[in-house]
Write a protein that binds this ligand. Structure first.
Ligand code: ATP
Ligand code: MG
Ligand code: MG
Ligand code: MG
Length: 484
């Protein structure tokens, strides 16, 4: 039996034809003369109302039509008498695929807490909030591919199981076929990885960048968009152990070009979501407004979700160096009153509270910070000769900072000078032998190049206005969460 999606039926909104719709019951309401059933099939945030006259449906059928039950309804589209909807379905026949025992079904037509919904992540896509988030997530993913395709980038898939630690931060999940309780040992008592499947130590990737650079040095402009893993203690509202990262890498790009691209990219994909997810974003905007009302006055945000999205797409991002930012932060009110949780000083990485202060209070614009101290950044960033700090102390890094989140993008121009790169690797204790393939791009036909990484879930978090990154991925993986 064919059927029409509710999104399609509501969009056409013409009374007259007979339709079949299939979906899950959201609510059932009985009045003296009629039964009203609200049905949603996930294609849209909206429900369609189906109406039967009292006594029309057999008692056994009516009993099974409860919140969460799955059914098909065939009937004529008629003009609706009710407010808020143009059309409804005058029920001809009902087929029940699967009932949902109302005494046991965990989702009821009321507002459930996000904490509770996190415990039933397998069912939460059936709620308005989560179906809206998942549709926005889909649209953003599509917009990402579209943006790069439209701008001459090639989609490159980099390894998920890899021998390299791109960030050198030691936050990797080990992948091994060896028996963890009794691994084979070498003569000097170390684990003998030569007996492992790949013949050496391997991990889940923390970034596709190093391999992405190989692509850029052949195809010009590439991007990766794949699963990324970090075994960090990610018990924050902005970190996941498994997330999706978007990493463009461009030959012949310097830091300035990289910043221009990052700014244009995020603005374009957010604009795309505003155009193509208007209903879902209006719903999420409204949801957030209701949530804000429940908060104490001083904790309320001064911007609504839609205002925040406008704030990003309509402002030119403020660009300044890390050194300038530290100066501002040290002289800021919260620093003087000791209101920051962490103290700011040159050479220490900024925390999200500092990043947010710059964006929300000081500049009132999204911010791009550049030229970070090299000791707090990864080995592959290009050393800065002409920065405001003494030469060599900073690198050509950039972080893009957003309201409510702080860092959303981290990127840099890459060190393309073989001597400088290998010297730096030795200084920070990275084996040059293990990365011989990476160094080959500097030995043969090296070129200036740059790129950045955007955590896809940070983008979805921002666009949906949610407060916790675990609520913008279908199956969140964080410490102590492994239902799936
Ligand atoms: P943070 O300072 O927030 O921990 P980072 O500087 O460690 O981020 P990078 O190594 O620069 O992160 O990674 C690039 C981007 O990947 C970040 O700007 C962020 O958007 C995203 N990202 C990093 N770690 C995570 C994580 N654990 N979960 C989700 N997204 C992440
Ligand atoms: Mg981190
Ligand atoms: Mg950071
Ligand atoms: Mg970073």
């Amino acid at each position: 039996m064919s059927y029409q999606s509710i999104q399609h039926v509501l969009k056409t909104a013409q009374p007259g034809p007979e339709v079949t719709i299939k979906g899950w019951v959201r609510t059932k309401r009985e009045s003296k003369n009629a039964v009203f059933i609200a049905i949603n099939d996930g294609s849209t945030i909206n429900t369609i109302q189906a109406v039967a006259e009292t006594g029309q449906l057999p008692e056994e059928t009516l009993k099974l039509i409860t919140t969460g039950a799955c059914l098909a309804i065939t009937g004529q589209l008629v003009e609706s008498q009710g407010a808020g909807q143009a059309i409804e379905v005058k029920i001809g026949s009902v087929h029940i695929y699967g009932p949902a025992d109302p005494d046991k079904y965990p989702l009821q037509p009321k507002r459930h807490s996000l904490e509770f919904l996190r415990e039933i992540a397998h069912l939460r896509p059936r709620t308005n909030t989560f179906s809206a988030i998942l549709r926005v997530r889909h649209t953003l993913a599509f917009a990402v591919h579209k943006y790069f395709n439209d701008n001459g980038f090639f989609y490159l898939n980099t390894p998920i199981i890899t021998a390299s630690d791109a960030e050198g931060a030691g936050e990797m999940f080990r992948v091994t076929t060896l028996d963890a309780t009794r691994p084979p040992l070498t003569e000097d008592g170390k684990v003998d990885y030569s007996q492992d499947f790949f013949g050496r130590e391997t991990n889940l990737t923390v970034s596709g960048q190093l391999e992405g650079e190989l692509g850029a040095m052949a195809l010009g402009k590439i991007y990766t968009f794949g699963p990324t893993f970090r075994a960090e203690n990610s018990n924050t509202t902005r970190h996941l152990a498994e997330f999706w990262m978007i990493e463009p890498e461009m030959a012949f790009f310097e830091l300035e070009d990289n910043m221009n691209l990052a700014e244009d990219f995020v603005k374009t994909v957010i604009r795309y979501a505003l155009q193509h997810c208007a209903d879902d974003l209006a719903f999420l905007d409204n949801r957030l407004k209701e949530e804000e009302k429940l908060k104490k006055k001083e904790e309320q945000s001064d911007m609504s979700l839609l205002e925040k999205l406008q704030f990003v797409i309509s402002n030119e991002f403020q660009r300044l160096t890390y050194t300038e930012a530290v100066e501002i932060l040290v002289n800021s009110k919260p620093a003087k009153k000791g209101q920051f949780q962490y103290e700011v000083s040159w050479g220490v990485d900024l925390q999200s509270e500092h990043e947010r202060y710059l964006v929300e209070k000081h500049f009132k614009k999204p911010v791009i910070l550049t030229n970070y101290p090299r000791d707090i950044k990864a080995f592959y960033m290009k050393q800065d000769e002409e920065s405001d700090a003494s030469p060599g102390r900073t690198v050509r890094a950039m972080d893009v900072l957003f309201p409510g989140i702080g860092e959303i993008i981290g990127g840099s121009q890459r060190e393309d000078d073989y001597e400088k790169l290998t010297t730096r690797m030795k200084e920070v204790g990275i084996e040059t032998d293990a990365l011989w393939w990476y160094l080959d791009t500097r030995r043969f036909g090296s070129a200036p190049h740059a790129g950045f990484g955007l955590g896809f879930e940070r983008l979805v978090l921002f666009v949906t206005g949610m407060g916790n990154i675990r609520d913008v991925i279908p199956f969140p993986r964080a410490p102590k969460t492994a239902e799936f």
